[in-house]
Design a protein around this ligand. Sequence first.
Ligand code: PMP
Length: 368
Amino acid sequence: MTFGIDDLPVRDELRGKSPYGAPQLDVPVRLNTNENPYPLPEALVERITERVREAARDLNRYPDRDAVELRTGLAEYLTKTTGHPLDVSNVWAANGSNEVIQQLLQTFGGPGRTAIGFEPSYSMHGLIARGTGTGWISGPRHDDFTIDVPAAERAIAEHRPDVVFVTTPNNPTGNAVPAETVLALHDAAQAAKPSMVVVDEAYIEFSHGASLLPLLDGRPNLVISRTMSKAFGAAGLRLGYLAAHPAVVDAVQLVRLPYHLSAVTQATALAALEHTDTLLKYVEQLKAERDRLVAELRAVGYEVTESDANFVQFGRFADSHATWRKILDRGVLVRDNGVPGWLRVTAGTPQENDAFLDAVREVKKEQS
Ligand code: PMP
């Protein structure tokens, strides 16, 4: 018998659980984790090298604990792309939006408190809730994966959660959530408690519609979470951020670890911000490829959920895991998120998407 997790005095709520883990398999076409398929442009790689070299000279010192230059740059990016004026006091940054979400739950959730999400959605919201001792409530959706607003309002009134998560565009389904829905949930949450409403906009740059950032006006309990992992093509950088009332930024500082954002991370993210315009051009290409995937999958005869993200949910399969395996056997890794009947594919380069479409055409023929 080998010594394992169960032999350690781990917290009761972690017993028997599995860690988050999308397979990282070595296959020719990997379209399973909603990454941007384009490597950073060479000019940006050069700029990162320069900025990191400068930062390296000061690595004997702790980094800027408040990441002021970076937060200012992120505020400028948000202001420029949404038209909603923000400054450094409205923005907070951390190691990926996962850490942003963790800090929010450490601040506003925790033991004796609860958070609600409308599932299927980004599974880390529930997992981070568990990791921070926050109770998790799974809220309802319609069969077409839109949020069932009256049922959601009832769930909020009944459970009076401390944190409400809304992901738009939603992962893994791809659909965007209308502003009216977010407002309805926000109002229900304020009437019930009041509580914090966290809008996870990790994929918003790929949306046909606009960011909900302007809703921050006059709503201090609303938080918009963002990331450089998707549109900026920098998943390896680990840089997420939030926009909110300055009081929220002050509040999360009560739980952040001192110097949580390394000087190397700050330097790299600042270099990426200098190249925003080029990076957003890749986003336009990916949006076109996403729309092509939707159209082609429908032409093949699959059902497809409307997508505002850099991925597409398609189905329906009697056995989605068996179909996932058949696609993998053809050298293409997609994602089985455990949504019965559905799989998710990330928009890749045109060549990768062609390989995926060839694979699913073959699988469809075999299955019909
Ligand atoms: N939110 C959503 C909806 C996501 O899908 C992801 C990544 N898959 C994240 C947040 C976390 O991204 P990161 O920590 O890389 O910023």
